[in-house]
Design a protein around this ligand. Structure first.
Ligand SMILES: O=C(O)C1=C[C@@H](OP(=O)(O)O)[C@@H](O)[C@H](O)C1
Ligand SMILES: C=C(OP(=O)(O)O)C(=O)O
Length: 435
């Protein structure tokens, strides 16, 4: 059972616009949350001023900027390009994690380098998202953490200005962010950090590759040659001037719009090479019967004229794509199975339970499994779709709403976690984009 989050929104539900004809549109998407927040952390740890160009301006990234500013970095987010000037971390401060996994997991290892007391808390549901492995690892690496034995928010990191670092074994099967968190700060620890994973397979591996790649771009030595082992050498983190790629995971609803309407959507500036998990959308959408190809402007997806095929996909590496992919499965003309995603029960909400409940509530033939979802074709109808403060639940809702009359999205504003004015952008696309 999922429950509506405490402090649930009071605004009227948003009627999702229908795509009554094939949508034809070319879109420029905001920057990647994952790249922006890693770039900010690395800039705050660097040996000089950095620039983060085309940074994503959203709740998760402004929370990260505020957290690092609270620790002592100068973070200027006033323009499109964000400027970060690192300073020694000092002084007591409070970090609001909101519902951002990247803030709750990436900032505590940085806070260990501060001389102040750093108190962490977040949204009500954030207290239920896993972080205990990071806190235990920090203690092993020489950082004092007070969490009242909860292994969860709220907790306080009491740094001494330096962290001994060294070897640590963690179970990162609940979230790849546990590994990324320790690696991002590791170069600034006296002995660096050597992280080994022991447990069921680590999900979302592309995100660890992103961490490793970005550390190397900052001149940090990383050994990732072993299986389930990542070692960061101690040393300086070079300042950098970087451009943030568009958020490919947030491309999911827009490309799905082509899929469900039989139209064509181009996402501008799709990178040739990337570590973003969203790049997997190329294969995922092809499996549904879409035509996917690169064009001069970016990535072009054309939906099938005769309805969506069923799919059988293991999304373990790209779990954050599940809500939109599940929406497509619910609309497909043949059975589907989404596997390998038990860990997304620890995302913004228990996404397997929430998707089964909300898609089922609109008539979908969906069944929840321990680590996935299965679907049989069914005729969907309108109704209220709860979003549980989860931006990607809202993405799933609008995709179904593009294909089905009368879908009402509760708290569409929750999309501000990773996308400024998502609803306005989506609506404008449907107004101008149908041909
Ligand atoms: O490191 C990151 O930026 C992320 C890692 C993944 O988390 P999990 O490994 O917890 O799935 C992903 O789902 C999340 O959206 C962003
Ligand atoms: C899991 C997600 O976010 P977070 O960074 O909060 O873990 C997500 O965006 O799908």
């Amino acid at each position: 059972m999922t429950t509506a989050p405490a402090g649930a929104p009071t605004e009227a539900p948003w009627p999702a616009p229908r795509a009554r004809t094939p949508v034809r549109a070319t879109v420029s998407l905001p920057g990647s949350k994952s790249i922006t927040n890693r770039a900010l952390v690395l800039a705050a740890l660097a040996d000089g001023p950095s620039v983060v160009r085309r940074a994503l301006r959203s709740r998760d990234t402004t929370l990260m900027a505020a957290a690092l500013a609270g620790l002592g970095a100068e973070v200027d987010t006033s323009g499109e390009d964000w400027h970060v000037v690192p300073h020694a971390f000092a002084g007591d401060t409070q970090v609001d994690c909101g519902l951002a996994g990247t803030v709750m997991r990436f900032v505590p290892p940085v806070a260990g380098l501060s001389t102040g007391r750093v108190a962490f808390d977040g949204d009500p549901h954030m207290r239920r998202r896993p972080v205990g492995e990071v806190l235990t690892a920090l203690r092993t690496l020489g950082v004092e953490v007070e969490d009242g034995g909860r292994g969860a928010l709220p907790f306080t990191v009491r740094g001494t200005g330096s962290v001994p670092g060294g070897r640590v074994v963690i179970d990162a099967s609940a979230s790849s962010q546990f590994v990324s968190a320790l690696l991002l700060a590791g170069a600034r620890y006296d002995d660096g950090v050597d992280v080994r994973h022991d447990g069921k397979p680590v999900p979302s591996l592309p995100h660890i590759e992103m961490t490793v790649g970005m550390l190397r771009e900052h001149g940090v030595g990383v050994d990732d040659s072993g299986v389930n082992r990542w070692a960061v050498a101690p040393g300086p983190v070079a300042a950098l001037d970087r451009v943030v790629e568009p958020d490919l995971s947030n491309a999911a609803p827009f490309l799905a719009l082509a899929a469900v309407s039989g139209g064509t959507v181009v996402v501008r500036d799709w990178p040739e090479r990337t570590t973003q998990a969203g790049d997997a959308l190329r294969e995922v959408l092809a499996a549904f019967g879409c035509t996917v190809g690169r064009v001069a402007e970016g990535l072009e997806v054309t939906g099938p004229a005769d309805g969506l095929a069923g799919v059988d996909l293991d999304l373990h590496d790209v779990g954050e794509l599940t809500p939109v992919v599940a929406a497509l499965c619910a609309l497909a003309g043949a059975p589907s199975y989404l596997r390998g995603i038990g860990h997304i029960r620890g995302h913004e909400t228990d996404r397997l339970a929430a998707l089964a409940r909300e898609l089922g509530g609109l008539g979908a033939g969906v069944t929840e499994h321990a680590d996935g979802l299965s679907f049989v074709p069914a005729r969907l109808h309108g109704g209220l779709f709860h979003t549980y403060a989860d931006h990607r639940m809202a993405h799933a809702a609008v995709v179904v709403g593009a294909a089905v009359d009368g879908v009402l999205v509760e708290d569409v504003a929750t999309t501000s976690k990773t996308f400024p004015d998502f609803a306005g952008f989506w609506a404008s696309l449907l107004e101008i984009g149908s041909a």
